[in-house]
Design a protein around this ligand. Sequence first.
Ligand code: ADP
Length: 272
Amino acid sequence: MEKKIKRDVIEKTQLTNIKNIIIVASGKGGVGKSTVASGLAVNMALEGYSVGLLDADIYGPSIPTLFNIQDQHPVIHEDQGKNKIEPIFKYGVKVMSIGFFIDPKQAILWRGPLASNGLKQLMNDTNWGDLDYLIIDTPPGTGDIHITLLQQYEINGAIVVTTPQVLAMSDVKKAIDMYLDEHVGIPVYGVVENMSWFSPSKHPDEQYYLFGKGGGKELAKAFNLPLLAQIPINETICQSCDEGKLGELFNDTATQKGFENLTDGIIKHNKN
Ligand code: ADP
């Protein structure tokens, strides 16, 4: 049975020091949602915004690896009788991940109230300070984490990440439908197409459409949404993400342009 989100009956937690909360979503895993969320957060920081990044992908928290902070342990201290968790500051972004606290082998057990409570603790107890943007990397699909976020917090908007070939997949459409549902009413700012084409580093002008062409555009059109950005497949991304050198993403002009377009597509909606 479909889970209905009763948005109006639950009083929301106000995080008054955070101006805008943005969800990064996808229909299925492996499309580069975490890479896009991370690149977006780093680009916003480069543009001078105060940014937090929360990795709420309980089934595959990869942000600590992307930022190469997987061996770090966030400090927890008491402040006025409440526990506060210090985010890890890297590339200008305050990073917090559910992956710091769960054993990946147990992630599958994180369902229902356990996932929901873990998420709320990270949202409420992290010492975010004043933020212009909190970017949340959510698990693929539509599950407990999404429902908790939408019920409990004032989410400004969502972006949906896809690859060119997943057009036919119903999962991504289901995710968009959930945000646009009249009971949820979260604006979907648009679609990001990741792995749009491949350009060899020695021939940056050549584009090879390995996963097909135009899928992101068609998906966006089907929902009357803008295609906010296209991010190419690129050797630098593969290497830099595996080695945790996220900052190197921006050495590639087309990738940098993609993240700038994405940032522009978001900031025009929001409170600054
Ligand atoms: P998701 O969060 O959707 O599961 P990830 O962001 O973890 O996906 O990305 C999955 C894999 O694909 C990672 O190894 C990542 O480095 C790689 N990847 C993501 N985007 C790109 C890209 N544009 N070009 C090359 N590799 C990419």
